[in-house]
Design a protein around this ligand. Structure first.
Ligand code: ADP
Length: 732
């Protein structure tokens, strides 16, 4: 569904009889656009001689559930007020302002006050301005000569590494200067950072006395240099799966071209939690096997099996577990089979057990492979949020930056080329064999990619496609997901699933959609999340009434459902100095310093628990009683508590205390294209579609009904590697 709302009809039906007055407008429909939060917001304003009779707005890139509210609500308000000057929708100020600006400029065309801009003129000097980016304030110094923009320098920002570089430091500022225009193309997929830079330069130009209309002439488009590409392997999507596939395919001697929709690589992998599960005895030897964890294993091996394969797997785990105990080992038990069983169980036994096993069996090898490519992780094993077991390896670099840097390091020395800002639209089939991909660049030019060997789909899931979220939200678990914010990068719109479906691929588990509980209210970003621990050991969740409401170490869907049921779907992650030992050197998931999170008001701090409770409006005695009960459970090495928590390792006792407001957002789509363990795409009859492979979130069958935290990267990188090797070697 397009985020469009037309008020033309509604307004026409209003029988307002205005007194005759002089004509204000030349009747007609006028178009204009302005930069919103995620991209351009286009408006069409219809006027009669006296008033606005209709407004329609399109803004496909505005934030789902937030910006989309402004798109829904403002047109009616503008028509009713007969003015662009209406109240912004709370929480959607940027989209609201863009709509107002665009309506004002359409009205200026209608009343003849729009003026042709003359050449730009500035009072020379350097001017500083700040605009809101994706993660925080972007501050820019712009230097002007009398008649031109001389230089643009970003002096501070908190935008995500890997996403923002072209927008803040290279392509975009270079293009503004080369074209002396602010109407240049933004960086695909980094529109919020791009718009922040443009807004700051525009502000500086206004400070320098410039009529910024003179900077709004869009440069002429040049046709692409090449419209036909050929390589052994064509990979669609350069996130975790696509890049891993590129490394392994080139290792096998194949030439590779990656088609990437955005102006940068990394996809959702870049903004992921940076956590990776793998059984790792060396690291797990350092962890004592608590009674709670023992009970967890024992419950899983005492279940009634649902199939022969399940029974076989349980038997293997039982034998391994008994051998572990019989050998007198007191450290954490783990094995490929136990990891497989736990993953499959946590996915509600819906996934394809062979696919789960292949992922788990290769997890440690993939970990070693990544380490050899340069990925570094902390030396202690952890339990990543929603990962259910202490087998998580946590990236030293924040978010997924370390993974993407490892995967791209040395890519330029391989036979691999990345074609950016180009969107694959269709698979080319010849006699039932996939032989290439059709794509479009940002200017709508058609580009053809020919594969000598195979095509790999690595386009990620569909969490940013509102239409697909509506279509497939049929599990009955969730409310309307289009009204809930999302964590995903803008390009994650299910394109690969649609393309594969169009050539006969089977899809599975499409109704299995995951929410992440710990995202920022209002935006759905992971910003300010997991400020200190990336693991459940060190935090508790409290609702607005100061009560815990769920075990924090549980499944993401359970926690999200419980969180959605709290007042305003809001809760707080409570942390203390027991886990945040060095606030000056502590960062959030995306790399924003904790000190900045606090000054942005995103983390509430109290030197004492009383002070924190007062700031939030919690009853101190209620909160204290919850924490005391939890701490007592740690002391007693409890099996579980009334909220179902099983992890009792870290007491929360010392201030300062920190509370981070959180809400659930749409995060991962578990369903997708059906593949076999070689990543070959299967049709609805179970036959291989020759020439076509798929890896990563575009596929279904690995996570079933619920993806374990820390398994997304294991999936996309392991299957990406397999896809790359297969694509380089499989005859089609
Ligand atoms: P995975 O974890 O499965 O690798 P990611 O979300 O990390 O998934 O990466 C998917 C990548 O695919 C993103 O970089 C995204 O921009 C890109 N992408 C999605 N659709 C298309 C498309 N139609 N053409 C080219 N690239 C695409």
């Amino acid at each position: 569904m397009k985020k469009t709302l037309s008020m033309v009809l509604a307004a026409a039906m209003l029988s307002v009889t205005a007194a005759a007055s002089a004509a204000v407008y030349t009747p007609g429909t006028y178009e204009a656009e302005a930069k919103g939060f995620g991209g351009q917001v286009q408006v069409e304003v219809t006027v009669d001689e006296e008033k606005i009779v209709g407004v329609s707005v399109v803004g496909d890139d505005e934030t789902q559930g937030v910006g989309s509210l402004a798109i829904e609500q403002l047109p009616a308000a503008i028509v009713e007020a007969n003015s662009a000057e209406v109240e912004a929708v709370s929480g959607a100020t940027i989209t609201s302002t863009a709509i107002q600006e665009a309506v004002a400029s359409a009205l200026a065309q209608a009343d003849g006050t729009a003026v042709q801009a003359g050449p730009a003129a500035f009072v020379p000097g350097t001017y500083t301005a700040t605009a809101q980016g994706h993660n925080g304030a972007v501050t820019v110094e712009t230097t002007f000569a009398e008649d031109r923009i001389e230089s643009i320098q970003v002096v501070s920002h908190f935008e995500s590494e890997g996403v923002c570089e072209k927008a803040l430091f290279t392509e975009l500022p270079e293009s503004i200067i080369a074209n002396q225009s602010l109407a240049v193309d933004t960086i695909a997929g980094a529109t919020v950072s791009s718009n922040a830079l443009i807004a700051a330069v525009k502000d500086a130009a206004q400070q320098a006395g410039c009529d910024t209309a003179s900077l709004m002439t869009a440069p002429e488009k040049t046709p692409p240099e090449t419209t036909e590409y050929t390589a052994d392997v064509i990979i669609v999507g350069a996130g975790g799966a696509g890049l891993s596939a590129a490394v392994s395919a080139t290792d096998e001697g194949a030439s590779v071209i990656l088609i990437e929709k955005e102006g940068y690589v990394g996809g959702n992998t870049l903004v992921s939690g940076g956590i990776f599960n793998a059984p790792d005895e060396e690291m797990q030897k350092e962890v004592e096997m608590t009674a709670g964890v023992q009970a967890l294993v024992e419950a899983a091996i005492s279940e009634e099996p649902v199939s022969e394969a399940h029974e076989e797997l349980m038997e293997k785990v039982r034998a391994q577990y008994e051998a572990h105990l019989a050998a007198g080992k007191t450290y954490l038990f783990d094995s490929v089979e136990w990891y497989t069983l736990q993953t499959w169980n946590a996915g509600d036994k819906v996934a394809d057990l062979d696919l789960v096993y292949t992922m788990c069996a290769n997890s440690y090898d993939t970990l070693t492979w990544l380490r050899n490519l340069g990925w570094t992780y902390y030396s202690d094993i952890r339990q990543g949020a929603g990962s259910l077991y202490q087998r998580t390896h946590s990236s030293v670099d924040h978010a997924g930056v370390g993974f993407i840097n490892a995967l791209t390091s040395g890519l330029e020395d391989r036979d691999a080329q990345i074609v950016y800002s180009t969107t694959a639209t269709e698979l080319i089939m010849e006699n039932g064999v996939c032989v290439g991909v059709l794509a479009e660049d940002r200017d709508g030019n058609q580009i053809t990619f020919h594969a000598n060997k195979n095509v790999i789909l690595a386009t990620g899931g569909f969490a940013r496609n509102a239409e697909m979220l509506s279509q497939y939200n049929t599990s009955g678990k969730w409310p309307d997901l289009t009204k809930i914010t999302g964590t995903n990068m803008p390009g994650i719109t299910g394109d690969g699933i649609r393309m594969a479906e169009a050539v006969g691929a089977a899809l599975r588990d499409m109704d299995q959609i995951q929410l992440l509980q710990t995202t920022q209210p209002g935006t759905g970003n992971c910003v300010y999340a997991y400020v200190a621990p990336k693991e459940a050991a060190g935090y508790l969740f409290f609702n607005s009434e100061g009560k815990r409401f769920i075990g924090e170490d549980g499944r993401r869907d359970d926690i999200s459902l419980a969180a959605l049921a709290q007042t305003d779907a809001l809760f707080y992650m409570l942390e203390s100095a027991d886990v945040i030992t060095d606030p000056e050197n502590t960062y959030d998931l995306l790399g924003v310093p904790m000190t900045e999170c606090i000054s942005a008001g995103a983390i509430i701090v109290g030197d004492t628990l009383e002070e924190l409770c007062e700031k939030i409006g919690w009853d101190y005695a209620t909160v204290k009683a919850e924490i005391d009960a939890y701490n007592a459970n740690v002391d007693e090495n409890a099996l579980t508590d009334e909220y179902g928590r099983a992890l009792f390792t870290t007491k929360l006792e010392n201030g300062p205390w920190y509370a981070i407001p959180r809400t659930p957002s749409v995060h991962h789509t578990m369903g997708g294209v059906v593949i076999n363990t070689k990543t070959q795409v299967l049709d609805t009859e179970g036959n291989v579609i020759a020439g076509l492979l798929a890896a990563g979130e575009v596929t279904g069958g690995i996570h079933g009904g619920n993806r374990i935290g820390g398994n997304a990267l294991v999936d996309c990188i392991t299957y990406g590697r397999i896809a790359g090797t297969q694509a380089a070697t499989l005859e089609r």
